[in-house]
Design a binder for this molecule. Structure first.
Ligand code: LLP
Length: 454
């Protein structure tokens, strides 16, 4: 068997950091010369489940979950830890249930994400509820479920005061830490000019307000951004929060026990990306916490983190079928696939780059530079610009790597394309986890007033 991608098909968990791999840990080439993920031939999967198709590798998700858990257990033995899956990266029943099986908690940011976690079997006391503009309906639902509400602003605090009634909400306070980091400006959140969290100047008033309530105010939260490679920014988080943590406990008598450092670890989309491993990220966070806490007399907090992209991003690939082509002489060749910005809005939104290969001949020499376009009525609907591939032809199965995070979750119906299906693969078995929508599904919410009927 020729293997160009990875030697591992061992489901007993590979120790390589998934976020440093472009392809899922189980990617191999079959004897038929096809790409296989999770022991399933990708060409067969497309024949069986249709195209385009998200293919999610269970081994890679579990490995990432286990690396966060094991690194925290090893590097932070002083106190308990909690790993929350930031479900905004990919919220659906199967993904929530899978990470929950690995012992992870869930971070949800809307009634829809809360419902998904609950329906996946996650109890309310294992869910944290985020968001910078929670509606009263969402807060009411969160209170009924007994989740931890991460208060982002005064609107949340006042909403909780109005709605709590006899309940004693479990609350965490989100602070804007004032930490700059290098990533796309749309996904930076830690700098002071951010819509998220309390400005540090407001913290004394926030702590005082929280102390006057009969709430279980468990600690502080900060998140500095996403797709981050530099460790220093994450090393600095505890330092940015320690004085508010101390004031909360000592001046206002708040029962703080948790410090939530958010998510943000980046992943490798192309060879040019060089993210640290999950263990290195945990080490940076723990080192920063050690420095900030040592000698403070404060008890070690429960360390909470909430990764999304690094847990789910590298585990998924999207398979498309190649259709039309257009060569602009002396300029470029466009290869069009049967999906595009509706199943992966990241290139058009953040100019994100991806890696790809042909599943029906992954080992063929990649000698042709092409631009892979989607099928949407928009010139910017380009999935990969100037990539080397083995001269794709109509009918080839083109597979894009690292599409697990913020692809399905940001998918749209642009041009009235139905959302695509997803399968979970493991040891040769493939299970449908998201049914493919049909054009008729798109009409389900449409209403046609009588006076417009022909
Ligand atoms: N916690 C909070 C409060 C967050 O806002 C986020 C992501 C996370 C955790 C998880 O961050 P991660 O580990 O995934 O970096 N749509 C963008 C990413 C937006 C990130 C939003 N917040 C993208 O496709 O790149």
């Amino acid at each position: 068997m020729t293997t160009v991608l990875s030697l591992s098909v061992d489901p007993a968990l590979d120790r390589r950091a998934p976020n440093q791999q472009i392809w899922p840990l189980t990617a191999t080439v079959t004897e038929a010369g096809h790409l296989a993920i999770g022991g399933c031939d990708v060409v067969d999967l497309v024949a069986r489940f249709g195209s385009p198709l998200y293919i999610l590798d269970e081994t890679t998700v579990r490995a990432a979950c286990q690396q966060y858990q094991a690194s925290l257990a090893r590097l932070y033995p002083q106190a308990p830890h909690r790993v929350l899956y930031a479900s905004k990266a990919w919220s659906c029943l199967a993904v929530c249930a899978l990470v929950a099986q690995e012992g992870l908690y869930i971070d949800a940011v809307s009634a829809g994400e809360l419902l998904t976690a609950v329906e996946a079997g996650v109890p309310g006391d294992r869910i944290y509820f985020h968001g910078n503009n929670k509606s009263h309906d969402e807060l009411r639902y969160a209170l009924e479920l007994g989740v931890t509400v991460v208060a982002d602003n005064w609107h949340d605090l006042q909403g909780l005061r109005e709605l709590a009634g006899d309940r004693r909400p479990r609350v965490m306070l989100r602070v804007t830490p004032g930490i700059e980091c290098h990533t796309h400006e749309y996904i930076r959140t830690g700098h002071l000019d951010s819509k998220f969290g309390f400005d540090p100047n407001e913290m004394p008033a926030v702590l005082e307000f929280a102390a006057q309530r009969n709430w279980e105010v468990v600690g502080l939260h900060a998140h500095i951004g996403s797709q981050i490679f530099e460790l220093q920014a994450h090393r600095d988080i505890a330092e940015a929060l320690v004085s508010w943590y101390r004031q909360g406990r000592e001046t206002y008598g708040l029962p703080f026990t948790e410090l939530n450092v958010g998510g943000g670890l980046g992943i490798r989309y192309t060879e040019a990306d060089d993210p640290p491993t999950i263990a290195e990220w945990v080490e940076a966070v723990v080192t920063g916490l050690g420095k900030a806490w040592e000698g403070s007399g404060l008890p070690w907090p429960t360390l909470v983190c909430e990764p999304g992209r690094s847990l789910i991003g590298p585990a998924c690939v999207t398979a498309y079928t190649v259709g039309s082509q257009k060569t602009v002489p002396g300029v470029r060749t466009y290869i069009a696939v049967d999906g595009g910005m509706s199943d992966n809005p990241r290139p058009i939104t953040y100019q994100s780059r991806y890696s790809a290969l042909l599943a029906n001949r992954p080992t063929a020499t990649a000698a042709t530079v092409v631009t892979v376009a989607g099928k949407h009525c928009e010139s910017g609907d380009v999935l990969l610009r100037d990539v080397l591939l083995p001269a794709p032809a109509s009918g080839d199965i083109l597979v894009v790597a690292s599409t697990g995070a913020y692809n399905y979750s940001m998918a749209s119906h642009y041009n009235r394309l139905p959302k695509i299906a997803a399968v979970l693969v493991n040891q040769g078995e493939a299970n449908l986890i998201l049914r493919r929508e049909t054009p008729a599904d798109l009409l389900r919410q449409d209403c046609l007033p009588d006076r417009l009927r022909g």
